[in-house]
Design a protein around this ligand. Structure first.
Ligand SMILES: [Zn+2]
Length: 535
């Protein structure tokens, strides 16, 4: 007889907007916070921690009115200060006033910190926890307690650390969250300490909050679940101060797709919501104006990229041979890299991916492979420049219209004294373009020759101008390659359009301006092809 076990519910708590906001260089506006919270809500995250009302104007405004999220929208703050009553603490009052569904308090649970940082007694710390939880419960809020430095505290004084956790649980806190605040605890320690905690507090009231200082925040979170914890706190893309928090973008697919967890637990993220995960991860990077991490597990552009020809042909026959999960499950896609070792199967797979239909016995495939090999030998890097590969493939197969010709360009860099007698460097580019029967001349000044050339080239493309209006360059990388006796320059340009789609193009030449020009041209032509601009 097969025994069916009911699956347990595992809860996800996102703190991107609070702990993640501690990241160097991250500064969320109110609009950012609302957009990210609604994206997390949509994904099916159980708790979204919005911030720390009373601590800064943005968070105070965020919690100033009911935001109507489906998720349990949570405000963060401190338990009442030592030596004050709960009714006479302005920080606590601001937290209780906040329009939130839940309140997550943070409290000390390491005796050393109580003595040195708070300068108070253990008993007063426990009283502060009890009274703060009681005050929030009286306001009808769901209550969580983050036990700061719990694992270090437990190692130093397990009795006191547990007493802090138990004080909150006994007062009716829904969750007691064990925080590895320094991020230095290892998975086996987390597992054995959580096993001890769940003997005192039921595991379905215990959460884990791990930091990534030994790059094991995800492993620590999963270890806590193995030991009985039933809430995981983390952030999108592992955002967070120092080395970051536990990365929910890695944790979520592991919980849904790996049998050890998928067979035992239900989470709020549905199978269809999981398909949005790659998009969610990249959208956050967009908002932060950062290039997404290509090598991010599950969602990175290279997470399902394969290089060698022999692997590529096996992948085409059965993807499961080289992939631990199917990329489509998390909204990612398979990518077969075109490289020096490329076999015909690589090229065919890549053509299929970019949507070019061609018969596998077409002789032009062999020619394309030859061209790729020749060009890679002189420095082109097609596996880093997917858009240039696609153009090369389309050209070899005779499918790229000749939209326009650059008949001449001229870049001039001049250093001289200006009217005030200061030494200045001025760069100017002039580009002559022929679009159909129209000849156009554009000139632009830029801060550097490549910038001036880019601006002049994109200034006036006649009837094609509307297709490239939203195009912008997001990254520009230069590398000097030594091939034989001559050095050549390789330029990689990353572009982005108005829909947030990104692509990379490449140019190679002994001359850096010429290499940049090739990459710029590829980027513009790729955009015209992509937009279906008429020939
Ligand atoms: Zn933290």
């Amino acid at each position: 007889m097969v025994k069916l076990m009911a699956r347990e519910r595992l809860y996800l708590f996102d703190t991107t907007l609070r702990d993640g906001a501690q990241t160097n260089g991250v500064d969320f506006t109110l609009a950012d916070k609302l957009a990210i919270a609604s994206m997390l809500d949509d994904l099916g995250i159980d708790y979204v921690e919005g911030g720390y009302p009373g601590a800064n104007p943005t968070d105070t405004e965020l919690f100033g009115k009911d935001r109507g999220f489906g998720t349990t929208f949570t405000a963060f703050g401190m338990t009442r200060r030592p030596g004050r009553s709960a009714s006479n603490d302005p920080g606590l009052a601001a937290l209780l006033e906040a329009k939130s569904d839940a309140i997550c308090f943070v409290a000390k649970s390491w005796d050393y910190h109580v003595k040195v940082a708070l300068e108070t007694t253990e008993e007063e710390n426990l009283a502060s926890i009890r009274e703060s939880v009681r005050a929030a419960k009286a306001k009808g809020r769901e209550v969580l307690l983050d036990c700061e430095h719990f694992f270090d505290g437990y190692k130093a004084n397990p009795k006191f650390a547990l007493a802090c956790a138990k004080a909150a649980y006994d007062e009716g806190a829904r969750w007691v969250v064990l925080c590895d605040t320094n991020g230095g605890t290892l998975p086996d320690e987390v597992e054995s300490i959580v096993r001890e905690v769940v003997k005192v507090i039921p595991g379905d009231h215990v959460g884990i909050h791990a930091h990534n200082d030994t790059e094991q925040a995800v492993a620590n979170s999963l270890a806590a679940v193995r030991a009985g914890a039933r809430q995981i706190q983390g952030t999108l893309n592992g955002l967070g101060e120092r080395c970051g928090n536990a990365n929910l973008v890695s944790i979520i697919p592991t919980l849904r797709l790996k049998p050890e967890f998928a067979e035992r637990f239900d989470i709020g993220v549905s199978e269809s919501a999981l398909k949005k995960l790659a998009h969610v991860s990249r959208t956050l990077d967009e908002r932060l104006n950062r290039a997404p991490n290509r090598h991010a597990p599950y969602v990175g552009e290279s997470a399902f990229a394969t290089k060698a020809g022999i692997h590529a042909s096996a992948i085409m026959k059965d993807p499961a041979t080289y992939e631990h999960v199917a990329p489509e499950m998390i909204g990612n896609r398979r990518k077969v890299l075109v490289s020096e070792q490329a076999g015909k199967s690589n090229v065919l797979a890549e053509l299929e991916r970019v949507g070019i239909k061609v018969d596998k016995d077409d002789p032009r495939i062999g020619r394309l492979l030859e061209v790729v090999k020749e060009r890679e030998a002189i420095g082109y890097a097609y596996e880093a420049a997917d858009a240039s590969f696609e153009l090369l493939a389309r050209r070899t197969l005779g499918k790229v219209p000749n939209y326009f010709d650059v008949t001449q360009f001229d870049v001039n860099v001049e250093q001289r004294n200006n009217a005030k007698g200061q030494r200045v460097t001025v760069t100017m580019a002039v580009v002559k373009v022929k679009v159909g029967d129209d000849n156009m001349i554009s000139a632009a000044e830029g801060n550097g020759p490549v910038n001036a050339l880019d601006l002049a080239l994109r200034k006036d493309l006649g009837k094609y101008q509307k297709y490239i209006a939203g195009l912008k360059l997001t990254d520009y990388r230069v590398r000097i390659l030594n091939s034989g006796t001559e050095a050549v320059t390789r330029v990689l340009i990353e572009s982005e359009d108005e829909q947030g789609e990104r692509w990379t193009t490449v140019g190679v030449s002994p001359n850096i301006i010429d290499a940049s020009f090739q990459a710029l041209m590829d980027s513009i032509i790729f955009k015209l092809v992509k937009s279906g601009a008429p020939a």
